[in-house]
Design a protein around this ligand. Structure first.
Ligand code: KG4
Ligand code: ZN
Length: 366
């Protein structure tokens, strides 16, 4: 079964083809340079850029693979969560393909896709404990099967990625600062006591990183030389010239983020009777070297098989959408042309229907 995946939830326009669970090819156009000019994603610009690129990317993918819509068995698309205008571009495009080619349509939950794509590299064993750490989300899941994911805990304010990006912003590093902060932390010496583990003195599995941000702000205000060094790094981009003290602060901050994630995962294991066999860590922040190292230690200590997707599968991409769409289609689930897009902050409904071509869409009473 050949599944085409379309992703336009934030600032990457991406398409990919997955056949029987294996990657065929993928294309991606990032808007990150445009949004960096504004210090964050501008929703209106994101929609415009998706609209500009999605058709051309589709042509490129099909030309490169020498495939056509006739060869595609199912069209999968991110239906949410994300920026509403941005999502609508991808969903509109995917509905057009499904309608024009008489293909079944599958609406994919972007967050589930982040976690499930680990299975493309190495078969996932269930039940798995899942940690999704991205720019907008910090979620813990019990993954019972490819189509049954149970949300156990979530962030109450900033996501782990935002906590990284905002710390980078305090240092005047360009947006999004997470990856640069990661590079800066290389060679830094972690002081585990420099920053707190926010919102861990409770019984739940939720996250709140605002306390960590405040602690970082207070710390940096007391060390103006670090702010000056950060500002210089923001201008030159030359991480190799950063002073050791700045590296140490970056390393300690990232360790506090990673260790907070570890504490809640440990609690999820300790308070559940679910016989987890593996741990999946996914999303943009799973690309972070400190997070990867802390999770590797945690998985070993807990006897779990660790699934950490390759870096290009951690950040937003359409491979994960095509793969998750293929899994859903294999399970016989799809959507009609009435598929709704779900913006960030709203729960994605379980509204799958049996997989069918567009003719199977539920007719609207008009
Ligand atoms: O999953 P993703 O690509 O997009 C969302 O769905 O949000 O995650 C983007 C987030 C950003 O906050 C970015 O700074 C962060 O992932 N990120 C990193 C690294 N690479 C990306 N954060 C820390 N270290 C990295 N290496
Ligand atoms: Zn994402």
């Amino acid at each position: 079964m050949l599944c085409l995946g379309v992703e336009t939830s934030c600032d990457e326009t991406a398409l990919a083809l997955v056949r029987d669970g294996a990657l065929v090819d993928a294309v991606l156009a990032s808007q990150v340079d445009i949004h960096a000019l504004f210090g964050g994603v501008v929703p209106e610009l994101a929609s415009r850029e998706h609209y500009r690129f999605v058709g051309a990317l589709y042509d490129t993918l099909m030309a490169r693979t020498k495939l056509s819509l006739d060869d595609v068995d199912v069209v999968a698309v991110t239906r949410g969560p994300g920026l509403l205008g941005a999502l609508l571009v991808g969903v509109g495009f995917a509905k057009g393909l499904a309608l024009g080619g008489n293909k079944p349509l599958v609406g994919v939950n972007h967050l589930h896709a982040h976690l499930l794509v680990a299975g493309l590299e190495r078969p996932l064993r269930f039940p798995a404990l899942g940690l999704l750490v991205s720019g907008g989300h910090t979620h813990i899941y019990a993954i019972h099967s490819p189509v049954k994911l149970e949300l156990l805990g979530k962030t109450l304010d900033d996501a782990a990625g935002e906590a990284c990006d905002k710390f980078a912003k305090m240092l005047d590093l360009p947006y999004p600062g997470g990856a640069l902060l990661d590079r800066l932390s290389q060679g830094g010496v972690v002081d585990p006591a420099m920053f707190p583990r926010p919102y861990t003195r409770n019984e739940n599995l939720d996250f709140s990183f605002s306390g960590l941000k405040t602690a970082a702000l207070v710390h940096l205000r007391s060390r103006p030389e670090l702010l000056r060094a950060g500002r210089q790094l923001g201008v030159t981009g030359r991480v190799e010239e950063a002073p050791q003290a700045l590296r140490d602060v970056a390393a300690s901050y990232l360790f506090a983020v990673a260790d907070t994630l570890r504490i809640k995962l440990q609690r999820a294991l300790g308070t559940s009777s679910t016989p987890y066999t593996s741990l999946v860590v996914a999303g943009g922040v799973a690309a972070n070297s400190t997070v990867r190292a802390v999770m590797a230690d945690f998985a070993t200590a807990s006897g779990l098989t660790l699934h950490l997707p390759a870096l290009r599968l951690c950040t937003d991409n359409a491979i994960m959408i095509a793969y998750a769409g293929w899994l859903q289609a294999e399970a016989g689930q799809g959507h009609g042309l009435d598929l709704a897009t779900i913006p960030r902050g709203r729960a994605i409904p379980d509204d799958e229907s049996p997989l069918a071509s567009w003719c199977g869409a539920r007719p609207l009473a008009v």
